[in-house]
Design a protein around this ligand. Sequence first.
Ligand code: NAG
Length: 373
Amino acid sequence: MSSSTASLLALASMVTSAAAAYQGFNYGSTFSDGSFKVQSDFESDFKTAAGLQGTDGAFTSARLFTMVQGGTPNDPISAIPAAISTKTSLLLGLWASAGQQSFNNEITALARTIESYCAQLDGLVVGISVGSEDLYRNSPIGIEAGEYAGANPDTLVGYIKQVRDTIQGSCLSKVTIGHVDTWTAYVNASNQAVIDAVDWVGMDAYPYFESTRANSIAEGRSNFQSAYDQTRSAAGGKEVWVTETGWPVSGKTVGQGVPSLDNARTYWRQVGCSLFGKINTWWYTLQDSAPTTPNPSFGVVGSDLSTAAVYDLSCEGVNTTPFNSPTARSIGARDAEDGSEGVDSNVPGQGSRSSTSSLGAGALALVLAMAMV
Ligand SMILES: *[C@@H]1O[C@H](CO)[C@@H](O)[C@H](O)[C@H]1NC(C)=O
């Protein structure tokens, strides 16, 4: 093969993977005071994300935690018609940590989504996640962190089968199914059955929370790389999607992890800009402080929904190295071999307190919402 053919092929594959990578944010079903979002709220969210200054309209995908509209037993979440009207792609999610009866409502809402929206969903559904950080919450560190109940691997495998049966023969039959969890859950061999049951692996990683090793913003990129490499190796060739990551703009210091606008901006540049357009990524998060601000707070916009972010989101001029490139992998491997930071894939908890944050705006709101139904 001539070198020009080779570079053309390389270019073609870059173009293909860029076109294939989804990019967006995570969206809970409620505001931070527990009130339920309705269709117009989701529409405002999605339009704001797509209009964010400095991002060239690239944030057009939404990851959801539940199929159920807040305040109803099993109506489809109004984020779905909002996504249709704004042409936002969706990583659907079913909440899997509240027992079989609650999961049946998630399944009913999925079935009703198919009934009501099949004709309009064409191409918009990127994937379906069965669960979110359920294995983390089921582990000793999750329990120690006082998290809500999780789910064990067998339960999740059963739920995954239920979802496959539900979408069979429908407009969603070709949509791939995954699970979202902290990277530490995937490196725990007892959870292998979940990896075996899914089509792709959704990884949550928050170097800010990784207080069991050096975790200042200076280690942000290498700690993320290490989490991604370990998850890829556990996933055994299945695609790894980045379902949550981010650095807080305000709040408490965790180990050496200090929230600030500058640090959030640095993490966006050093991690985000290397992910965007290359690996499916749903950042944490667009907004988590309406109306009240959680501690820590991760929103790229403040309490007022505005396309002017609280820090500069531009990736222009940023020197990026994709995390799945050979160069990035060898850097990651060196980090792991070096061992000076105590990276041990068998020890959970390195960065896995991420549910503190995801529960902050997404899941916690959902749990509250469920308690209110
Ligand atoms: C590993 O996973 C199993 C199954 O989810 C769980 O019971 C166990 O607590 C986990 N171990 C650790 C150390 O996290």
